[in-house]
Design a protein around this ligand. Structure first.
Ligand code: SF4
Length: 347
């Protein structure tokens, strides 16, 4: 009896990886998914945190894709290993701090090792030729195959007919004619295919699969490194960069001000790690202070928070300052007028 071939699909949670896996699944291949957790994933994190985004689905899109396909999903934490990709990308960054080419190489190297260890035959991705400026160009796609070591055991079902035949096609494990020849940035072919498969309610692509493609996020990450004098981060750091307004009034400290209730609740989860300020006299945001703060810094932070509180027009507002050790005290300050906050404090 002919044994069933097995493919591992890189699942980001977006439409392309969903479709790529479905195309191969439809050819009778056993498909399982793998999702790499870098900490930078967009994956609805901000929707999950922000109260105002309450109508948007709070779901893990990679799991949702697995559920749609009826496949097993392996979620692999690569937070620590991935740091080297972010710090030292051999092929440099894209428009922001996104090391897309190195990232793809790294993930495919991991996927390659995984299929070898688990007796799978090949790897599939939802990549489309010409869709992304750097990592999905016809001339860079072979670099990914070569540097990751996966070679022609990588099949891109949505673009396969624009690319040289891979091992699964040559061996007849999959029918090349039933694969696709999508190219370019248009999403129409994917949306049409999604409709054919009956997929609805899939995640809308938001410019990239991770926050490293976001210009504002990249500014905040660069600032974090500059403040530390080295390129270093922990998972909590990169999660916090996704939340709140970040002000850096001086090199030695930063103020993270919640923009709304959901963010305030999320940030208050860090009150045992960071000194913090909360409004007492008026409705207003919760804020964390990151750095070693003196009396003047606390007052200045309180004035910023006052500006974003319901007491912004009052002469003074009252706040509570708390340390991670639980010591608290009250302070009264006059809120900054919005023009008084230098624009370059806001990251
Ligand atoms: S957008 Fe982020 S996750 Fe996607 S390839 Fe680029 S660096 Fe990697």
């Amino acid at each position: 009896m002919k044994s069933q071939h097995k493919a591992l699909a890189l699942i980001s949670g977006g439409l392309d990886s969903l479709l790529a896996a479905k195309v191969i699944q439809r050819q009778g291949i056993h498909v399982e998914g793998i999702n790499f957790f870098t900490g930078f994933c967009v994956e609805g994190h901000t929707h999950a945190i922000r109260k105002k985004d309450g109508a948007k689905p709070k779901r893990n899109n990679a799991l949702w894709v697995a559920e749609q396909l009826g496949i097993r999903l392996h979620i692999v934490d690569i937070v620590d290993e991935y740091k080297d990709v972010v710090f030292n990308p051999q092929y440099g960054y894209g428009a922001n701090l996104n090391p897309c080419l190195d990232c793809k190489i790294f993930m495919l190297k991991k996927a390659h090792a995984w299929i070898d260890a688990h007796g799978f035959d090949f790897v599939i991705t939802g990549e489309v030729v010409g869709q992304r400026p750097k990592s999905q160009r016809k001339d860079t796609m072979p670099i990914v195959q070569q540097d990751s070591g996966i070679g022609d055991r990588l099949l891109r079902p949505l673009s396969a007919r624009n690319l040289p035949p891979t091992l699964p096609e040559r061996e007849g494990w999959v029918d090349r004619e039933a694969l696709h020849g999508f190219s370019g940035r248009s999403r129409k072919p994917q949306m049409q295919l999604a409709a054919e498969f009956g997929f609805e309610d899939y995640a809308q692509p938001a410019g990239g699969c991770c926050f490293l493609t976001d210009p504002n996020y990249s500014v905040k990450l660069k600032d974090l490194w500059a403040s530390r004098g080295e390129r270093r981060y922990e998972l909590d750091d990169i999660m916090l960069l996704k939340v709140g307004r970040h002000f850096r009034p001086a090199p030695h400290f930063k103020v993270i001000v919640a923009r709304e209730e959901g963010e305030a609740r999320f940030l208050s989860g860090y009150r045992k790690q960071y000194p913090n300020l909360s409004m007492k006299s008026h409705g207003g945001p919760f804020a964390l202070l990151d750095g070693t703060v003196g009396e003047d810094d606390i007052e200045l932070a309180a004035r910023i928070i006052g500006r974003y509180s319901q007491g912004r027009d009052a002469d003074t507002v009252e706040l509570e300052f708390a340390t991670p050790q639980g010591e608290t005290r009250r302070l009264c300050v006059s809120p900054f007028a919005s023009d008084d906050i230098p624009a370059d404090w806001l990251l």
